[in-house]
Design a protein around this ligand. Structure first.
Ligand code: AMP
Ligand code: MG
Length: 381
């Protein structure tokens, strides 16, 4: 993309909602079959990483496209089995079972790499994104049948067990095989890891890598509404990608972005929550309070060119969560300091949604009726 400044259990309702999201986001692929040269398209849907995953690939050879999409899907499942806190045999679940294990835990290069990026993003965002939020996430149980509002003392006791700074990562070599690197992790303060805010992005990066390895030039990877597009759409144009209207019917967009070779990842309070006594408790936590973040934003979309670097989708994923926690002013300050990151910040306005759009996206965003630009949107960053 050519920007100018360069694990979970799901309720039935949630699954239905996710199906709707995918169904409507399929609009983005509407070019399949109608392009002049009629490229072939292959689509695979599955349920992974706690959500619906759709991989759409486009090219000339059906068998090759099918093999590529199947391999990308398998890669997502493979990564889920490493990272999910809900799979008891995953590497992250193993660490959580004994965070302070003497000598640390040996993990794969993939888990090590994602934890390394997660710690970097935690530092970069001042802890707004914190991969050691696991105990707090599990206490509230948002999105599960045991969701509840814990009392202050319970929260406080677990807050003492969060904090990314005490996670240690180090490498050693295998004495028997010196060329082999051994990756180790330990969480010094007994912290519980939760990579839910970054793992979907990492899986998208992995799937994109696999598709590229299979020679795929045009594809859309949709992991629960987080989108990665390879190349241009089958019509040879930018993909048109809808941003979900928070709390609107699934598939109703507040904006459409035109993009190619890009990652477009959204976090919002409307994605998963429960209600008690008229109060909404959502799934994105403020690591300072151990409670759902009181953000003045309703959704944050982070956009980056996919080809700039490996790991972009994972970074976008972490940042979408972090900027939501930060709220409007801090998120804007972050974006000013990180011009390589493009974003759409959406807040409730008097009459509909008000959005701030970074300079590099201004000419790529089409706002829907009822959505207004925040007055200072588009200022030079
Ligand atoms: P996302 O949908 O990418 O915003 O990620 C939300 C998920 O990340 C939640 O369901 C939790 O598992 C986890 N999470 C919640 N709050 C945070 C936070 N402040 N930092 C890191 N992970 C979080
Ligand atoms: Mg995220």
């Amino acid at each position: 993309m050519d920007f100018d400044n360069k694990g979970l259990r799901f309720s039935k309702r949630k699954r239905v909602a996710a199906v709707c999201v995918l169904a409507v986001l399929a609009l983005a692929c509407a070019g399949f079959g109608t392009a002049l040269k009629r490229p072939l398209s292959v689509r695979r849907d599955t349920f992974a990483m706690g959500t619906l995953v759709r991989i759409s690939v486009c090219g000339r050879n059906k068998a090759e496209l099918e093999a590529a999409a199947a391999a990308a899907e398998a890669e997502i499942s493979r990564l889920e089995e490493l990272f999910s806190v809900h799979i008891a045999s995953s590497e992250i679940a193993r660490i959580n079972a004994d965070p302070e294990k003497e000598g640390g835990h040996t993990v794969s290069a993939e888990t090590y790499g994602l934890l390394k990026l997660a710690l970097k993003e935690a530092e970069e965002t001042g802890g707004a994104f914190d991969p050691t939020i696991g105990a707090v996430v599990s206490l509230w149980g948002v999105g599960s049948e045991r969701a509840r509002v814990p009392d202050g003392a319970e929260i406080q006791s677990l807050l003492d067990k969060t904090g990314w700074a005490k996670v240690r990562l180090w490498q050693t070599s295998n004495a028997a095989k010196p060329s082999e690197t051994i990756y180790r992790v330990s969480a010094g303060g007994g912290q519980k890891l939760d990579l839910g805010a970054i793992a979907k992005g990492c899986a998208a990066d992995g799937a994109a890598r696999v598709l590229r390895g299979h020679g795929v030039k045009s594809a859309l990877i949709n992991i629960g509404g987080d989108l990665t597009v390879l190349g241009k759409s089958p019509r040879g144009r930018d993909w048109r990608l809808g941003l979900q209207l928070p709390d609107g019917p699934h598939g109703e967009y507040f904006a459409v972005l035109a993009a190619s070779d890009a990652v477009i990842i959204t976090s919002g309070a409307y994605e998963r929550y429960f209600e008690r006594d008229g109060v909404r408790y959502h799934h994105i936590f403020d690591t300072k309070t151990g409670r759902p973040a009181k953000s003045d934003l309703v959704s944050v979309t982070i956009v980056m060119g996919r080809l700039e670097a490996e790991g972009n989708a994972a970074r976008c994923d972490a940042l979408a969560t972090a900027l939501f926690v930060m709220g409007f002013e801090k998120a804007r300050a972050f974006l000013r300091a990180h011009p390589e990151v493009q974003a759409v910040l959406a807040a409730e306005g008097g009459e509909g949604l008000e959005v701030f759009i970074t300079e590099g996206l201004k000419n790529r965003a089409e706002l829907s009726k009822g959505t207004t630009l925040k007055a200072d949107a588009g200022e030079k960053r």
